[in-house]
Design a protein. Structure first.
Length: 382
């Protein structure tokens, strides 16, 4: 792959930007999908997140071991990790106008850019991001990171994976994970963001969330089998890139989604340590589950929407710089032919942007969406 340096960006480049207020607004849930455990890539649209269904009382959970995904979209569909995002989007919103979107990215990609702006806000590490411009839309895709993690039995590790198995229940047969696609405005740009969701809680008619106990869940399980919109394992079609898509599951509102974090009781998880992740995906609920050598006390579901908003208010300087950085990436990529690679090495204070010459990120038929004359179908706000 041929490449050449076109820009270098330093952390201090945005210190003098105008002190205007920036915030996420006009958040919409657009679509979602589940990955299905199979030898070939299969997604279920809209899918359903795992349901929060905690067992009663303290629970002893085994330490994690085995093979786990770090970048499931890239592992299951290496030809085009972003294809499932677009297929799910257009299956649920056939008239969606992609030309209205300025930036398409995964949550983790935005987290990495934010970690460059302020290494104290998130894990600061090396990263590589591929950038492609389609008309006026910029697509970001992180590459190069480990895609799988193998934990040998008996090796010291965490309890997060086995905790989720014990405390949540998959709603779609054969599902391994659930991804959501949302849109919002930020920094004078419109974003299309994909992120993984750990689970959801029921929302009652008054609008408040209710955790569902294991016994209650068991009583509902037979009734909930009918949530599928079609018979499972029936493929609607297979795309030219080999992605099979079936219509299965039931959409749940963004307001009911949650993030799950497990920690030893000796190491409390502060809100500031998870707020950036929740802010990017606008995830409103959080479970902080604490354990003593794998023994978990009953955790609770917290509504953290107000805390995430407070975090946004407190980090205006960092968020203004993030918006300015993304604008700069767009400007540079458009100016160098529409394909670039962003790289940060270690905890360095410099980003490099190189012109790139590589295969396109999406199957060719999806690029026609930028040429179609149609109006956006407005989904309901979550």
């Amino acid at each position: 792959m041929a490449s050449s340096r076109v820009a270098e960006i330093f952390q201090g480049d945005f210190d003098d930007i105008e002190a205007t207020s920036v915030s996420i607004s006009d958040v919409k849930h657009l679509s979602s999908y589940n990955w299905i455990k199979a030898r070939t890539p299969i997604i279920a649209v809209p899918g359903t997140p795992a349901r929060w269904s905690p067992p009663k009382g303290p629970q002893q959970v085994k330490m994690d071991s085995g093979l786990y995904f770090i970048a499931e979209n890239a592992v299951r569909h290496p030809k085009s990790p972003l294809e499932p995002l677009f297929r799910a989007l257009y299956l649920e919103n056939p008239s969606f106008d992609i030309r209205s979107i300025d930036v398409v990215a995964d949550r983790n990609t935005i987290r990495q850019l934010l970690s460059f702006i302020n290494p104290g806000l998130d894990k600061s590490q090396s990263f590589t991001i591929h950038v492609e411009v389609v008309k006026n839309t910029v697509i970001l895709c992180r590459v190069g990171k480990p895609k799988l993690q193998f934990i040998k039995p008996g090796m010291p590790s965490g309890f997060g994976h086995n905790f989720e198995k014990r405390y949540t229940a998959h709603r779609v047969k054969g599902s391994s994970s659930h991804y959501r696609i949302i849109s919002y405005n930020f920094g004078a740009l419109k974003f299309l963001i994909r992120h993984e969701t750990d689970g959801y809680v029921a929302v009652n008619t008054a609008g408040s969330s209710t955790a569902v106990s294991q016994s209650t869940y068991d009583g509902l399980s037979s009734k909930m089998k009918s949530v599928s919109l079609s018979q499972p394992n029936v493929s609607l079609h297979t795309t030219p890139a080999g992605l099979s898509i079936r219509k299965d599951g039931k959409a749940v509102p963004l307001a009911s989604t949650l993030e799950i974090k497990t920690r030893t009781i000796k190491r409390v998880l502060a809100m500031k340590d998870v707020a950036a992740q929740l802010w990017i995906s606008q995830t409103p609920k959080l479970v902080r589950a604490y354990h003593a050598e794998g023994n978990f006390q009953p955790p609770k579901v917290e509504d953290v929407a107000a805390a995430v908003k407070s975090w946004e208010d407190l980090h205006q300087v960092d968020l203004r710089k993030l918006a300015a950085l993304i604008h700069k990436v767009i400007e540079v990529t458009k100016g160098c032919g529409g394909a670039a690679t962003i790289e940060r090495r270690g905890r360095g204070t410099k980003l490099t942007i190189d012109r790139a010459n590589r295969e396109r990120m999406l199957p060719m038929d999806l690029y026609s969406k930028w040429d179609e004359e149609k109006q956006e179908l407005e989904p309901e706000k979550s």
